[in-house]
Design a protein around this ligand. Sequence first.
Ligand SMILES: Nc1ncnc2c1ncn2[C@@H]1O[C@H](COP(=O)(O)OP(=O)(O)OP(=O)(O)O)[C@@H](O)[C@H]1O
Length: 320
Amino acid sequence: MTGAATAGPPTARTAHRTAPAVSFRGACKSYGEVRAVDGLELDLARGETVALLGRNGAGKSTAIALLLGLCPPDAGAVELFGASPERAVRDGRVGAMLQEGRAVPRVTVGELVTFVAGRYPAPMPVTRALGLAGISALADRRVDRLSGGQTQRVRFAVALAGNPDLLVLDEPTAALDVAARHSFWQSMRAYAHRGSTVLFSTHHLAEAEAHADRVLVVDRGRLVADGTPQELRRAAGGSHVRIDVHGRTAGQLSLLPGVRAVELDGNRALLRTDDSDATVTALAGLGAIRGLEVAPAPLDEAFLALTPPAATPAPRKERR
Ligand SMILES: Nc1ncnc2c1ncn2[C@@H]1O[C@H](COP(=O)(O)OP(=O)(O)OP(=O)(O)O)[C@@H](O)[C@H]1O
């Protein structure tokens, strides 16, 4: 054998070892007139933890359904690890936690996770899956008699059971209380640290910011932003500078360099600025930096700027 096979570009035989974990190639999916996913073009590298954000109805769940092979794209293609989603799922490379799914009656949590693990070629030990999901104490409880948050954690254990390379989580913390959320993210990070790829959708921007290396924003089935949380914040503009008003008017403050908008709240002013250095320097020149606070604009502002609500369609004009 020569060394050429490892030195050259990937061949069909080696491509599956180097291919991205997830690859959308112009994928489209419509329901009637609704374009739920509209030409999605995207790669997720192996080992990335990626948050998928978007308003209600933006196309997140449909993108996840395409990715898992639950429905075929109308056009374009989706691949996982260089193979079809069906193949990757069959090979046990994918674990998913979806929003729906009815509890199986009369089965205990331990029995369910053991059953699921048994269907995979190289599963995770059941005790570890239960431990990571924070439900070791529920192993003997019936799955159809659990609370919403407990059921959500059972779903997480089921997603982990096959020891997948790719974990797909559709709004994983939707039913969890604060403590359960915290332990969920700890487990997810522990799992991601092993080099697994994680894709999760969420409406909690703070969770995306805290737990994802990369944030994707979809709007009306299209990818409208892709970057680190910091990059998205910067792209949407700016920083928040807060000061004591000290007799100055909003009109005067709005003339300072970089300032896009000013909001007054009692004795405090919030300046939204594209150039916090220039704004603060100018404030210092005016001797107006009492109670100064400077912070990056929060991610939710970036999100709102990136996904404006759909315009209400204008009433149709009657033809005369
Ligand atoms: N099975 C279906 N039949 C008809 N329309 C559908 C179906 N599934 C989704 N849609 C529509 O496709 C669009 C995208 O829906 P999708 O569920 O993918 O959005 P989402 O971003 O996951 O929303 P949410 O945050 O509310 O869960 C929406 O307009 C939705 O009404």
